[in-house]
Design a protein around this ligand. Sequence first.
Ligand SMILES: C[S@@+](CC[C@H](N)C(=O)[O-])C[C@H]1O[C@@H](n2cnc3c(N)ncnc32)[C@H](O)[C@@H]1O
Length: 261
Amino acid sequence: MEPDAIDPSRPAPARIYDYFLGGKDNFESDRAVAEQLIALDPEVVRAVRENRRFLGAAVRHLVREEGVRQFLDIGAGLPTQDNVHQVAHRDAPDARVVYVDNDPMVLTHGRALLDGGNTTIVQADLRDAAGILDHPEVQKLIDFTEPVAILLVAVLHFIRDEEDPASLVATLRDALPPGGFLVLTHGTADGVDGKLKAATEAYRPASSQLSLRSRDEVEPFFGDLELLAPGLTWIQDWWPPTPITSTEQKGLYAAVARKNP
Ligand SMILES: C[S@@+](CC[C@H](N)C(=O)[O-])C[C@H]1O[C@@H](n2cnc3c(N)ncnc32)[C@H](O)[C@@H]1O
């Protein structure tokens, strides 16, 4: 499928995130939102970097310690350093990765980065979780009878309550075989006095709105999966924790969970 047209005038989460990470794949409209968020809380940049660190650490852990060789990365984002397939292939060149994103620019840039074979990228929407699982490219590369990790890293907070994120995640959890994993991070306004709530306003003109959720709202996304140590934590505390001097940094929850037989 050919990607839809890219609209530089409408801020897009993938490009805003790219700006936070110091990338060049963003437009003036994206930078305006990102700068608004940085003005609200400069710690947002560190939280985003911590999110990438967590993503790499989780994938490495799953490859090295749990023997996972298949990854379905939903809300993959624009290519940057240490993308999932690059991290996985360092230890397991045979690992298979399907990237999924609904942003046409992610598809265009992602295709340029991929070298075919056991990694691919598809344009699809998390709001149609069943459609992702049935997608021919997903079916071709991912064997859902073997251990697979489904990644929802910094994407679920772009799904509004009325779009029923709980049932979307349940559909994905149900597709996991025993020994499969869910990797999830989620933005929150917990622990900050109103600052991050204003962030939702900054996203108003963007192609996806921001729905920050409390810990009590994030935890049920794991259903009856078993949380790996250290559990559902602040992003910087997920093993191995990053030594943070400031106690202020919050912003995202993170966890990796296993489906047991
Ligand atoms: C903040 S970025 C996260 C990128 C990457 N997962 C990471 O954590 O480094 C969020 C990504 O989710 C994508 N996204 C947002 N809503 C989506 C949806 N409904 N379906 C698929 N992708 C979506 C955006 O286009 C963007 O690339």
